[in-house]
Design a protein around this ligand. Structure first.
Ligand SMILES: Cc1cc2nc3c(=O)[nH]c(=O)nc-3n(C[C@H](O)[C@H](O)[C@H](O)COP(=O)(O)OP(=O)(O)OC[C@H]3O[C@@H](n4cnc5c(N)ncnc54)[C@H](O)[C@@H]3O)c2cc1C
Length: 464
């Protein structure tokens, strides 16, 4: 049973090596690289197989026209101190501590993000605030229970006025579905500051309290977020990381993965497999072992892509904040960031860039839209923000990120659970990663997942 009948043999850049069974890590994004980092520390024999010409997945840094920018507005959240420490040890003095708040651009005005009562009052004015407060109280009385959609949760928590202005339209743009069809878990920590305690702190302690709850503190590598993946790859060792190695088949006996097929021809024998490929890809490669109902669940799992549009500017600085969020529907982007605000070394003196994130489905016209059109579109849309003059725009570039977000539609968790349970028949297969487990997770989570997966494997097989 399986996808290929060829004889096991391991091919490396230098030729054919002995077909030893080892731990194979599929995918060289942060999750695969984290697993490799901890496997290396544990002294395991392993190899990472990455389809792209470079490692780092959706957490890399690009360099265009002398300007550096990440694959999205990345920052390292200090949510798992042990994993932050791992990155500190890898990057040393190259890991910077940042404290930059973010903002929302709403109806032509800038509002602090996450929202707090005081700045909301400033943005909405007295009458607008009174209306929002009334909607908030009404929602408390009428929207009972937790609800099982994001819309229910958002309206109950913040009232229909604030939820409509800042959450529902934004989420629909980001995830491609109305709030009534999304899971409550997509809310993350948005609007976390909107409670009586932060209202009082902000009112009486001013900027000090504000900076503490604005989510503006994070770590950031000196030359871009991609340094984290690069340092993880370096810690694995060049001989352990193979790029241009697309996994095209998984050979199995219904109980164990015996070998991995690469680029449609090579067969590499496997002792253990850690798989970070998108869950539908993994399930597709193993579909023959799954019940038909699970195969149907897999077909319903969708991803959202992101088009990144960079504008090169001939000026020293454009904004002062971490990210600017765009909830209004007349802007195609959800977020804009200026890389040099995270680290001055992201741009040469006298120049900077703005990067817009435009989420889309693979079938949307924007995913294929030509680069020049996208650059003009973003320049036109951002003109009104007052960040640059027309004659300062030197040009731009576009990067397209496939499978940027697993779409957390309402009810999807049950289907994901069934797929993961279905794949649990393979006793030497571990699923890992944001798309690998179809979870809305971040790089500190990838480090934790990689760490825990290797800890489990070494418990199973202490000798490696
Ligand atoms: C716009 C945006 C902003 C973000 N901001 C943050 C942030 O601020 N902080 C944060 O911590 N995280 C952030 N993230 C999330 C972070 O990028 C992801 O959590 C992380 O990239 C997930 O790592 P992964 O290894 O699971 O998946 P990926 O990064 O998707 O890597 C998967 C890898 O598998 C490879 N692959 C796929 N198919 C195959 C195959 N058949 N064979 C071999 N290889 C294959 C891919 O080429 C890729 O390299 C952001 C993401 C996006 C898109």
């Amino acid at each position: 049973m399986g996808s290929s009948e060829r004889t096991p043999a391991t091919h490396t850049a230098g030729g054919v090596a002995p077909a030893a069974k080892r731990l194979l890590i599929l995918g060289g994004g942060p999750a695969g690289l984290a697993a490799g980092h901890f496997a290396s520390k544990a002294g395991l024999d392993f190899q990472i197989l990455e389809a792209a010409p470079r490692t780092g997945g959706n957490a890399v840094t690009f360099v265009e026209n002398g300007l550096r920018f990440d694959s999205g507005a990345h920052r390292l959240h200090d949510r798992d101190p042990a994993m932050t420490q791992v990155v500190k040890e890898l990057l040393g003095a190259d890991l910077l501590e940042c404290s930059i708040p973010s903002q929302i651009y709403h109806h032509g005005r800038f509002v602090d993000f996450p929202l707090s009562p005081l700045n909301l009052c400033r943005a909405l004015g007295l009458r607008g605030s009174a209306r929002a407060a009334l909607k908030f109280l009404t929602a408390r009385l009428t929207h009972r229970g937790d609800g099982d959609t994001f819309e229910h949760h958002a309206v109950r928590a913040y009232g229909s006025d604030i939820a409509g202005r800042f959450l529902l339209g934004y989420s629909e743009k980001l995830w491609g579905l109305p709030g009534s069809q999304l899971c409550p878990s997509i809310s993350g920590k948005r609007l976390k500051g909107l409670n009586l305690r932060t209202f009082l702190l902000e009112t009486f302690q001013g900027r000090r309290a504000k900076s503490e709850h604005l989510d503006g503190r994070f770590y950031y590598p000196r030359l871009g977020f991609g340094m984290i993946a690069e340092s993880l790859a370096a810690s694995c060792g060049a001989e352990r990381v193979r790029v241009n190695a697309r996994v095209t088949g998984l050979r199995h006996d219904g109980r164990r993965i015996e070998a991995v097929e690469v680029n449609g021809s090579e067969i590499i024998p496997a002792a253990q497999v850690i798989c970070t490929l998108p869950l539908p890809v993994t399930a597709g490669l193993l579909a023959s072992a799954l019940p038909q109902s699970v195969v149907e669940d897999v077909a319903s799992l969708r991803f959202r892509n992101v088009v990144l549009v960079g504008l090169f500017l001939r000026r020293a600085s454009a904004t002062q904040v971490g990210s600017i969020y765009f909830p209004d529907p007349d802007f195609p982007m959800t977020r804009v960031f200026e890389p040099r605000n995270r680290s001055a070394e992201m741009a040469p003196p006298g120049r900077t860039m703005l990067v817009a994130e435009i989420p889309c489905d693979p079938a949307d016209a924007v995913w294929q839209q030509p680069e020049e059109e996208l650059v003009s579109l973003v320049a036109d849309k951002l003109r009104g923000c007052g960040w640059f003059h027309d004659d300062e725009v030197e040009g731009g570039c576009v990067k397209r990120l496939p499978a940027a977000y697993p779409v957390l539609a309402a009810g999807v968790q049950g289907r994901v659970r069934r797929v993961i349970d279905g794949l649990a028949v393979f006793e030497n297969l571990t699923l890992l990663g944001r798309n690998g487990e179809f979870r809305y997770t971040h790089v500190h989570d990838m480090l934790r997942f990689g760490h825990d997966a290797i800890a489990t494997l070494t418990r199973i097989s202490p000798s490696g």
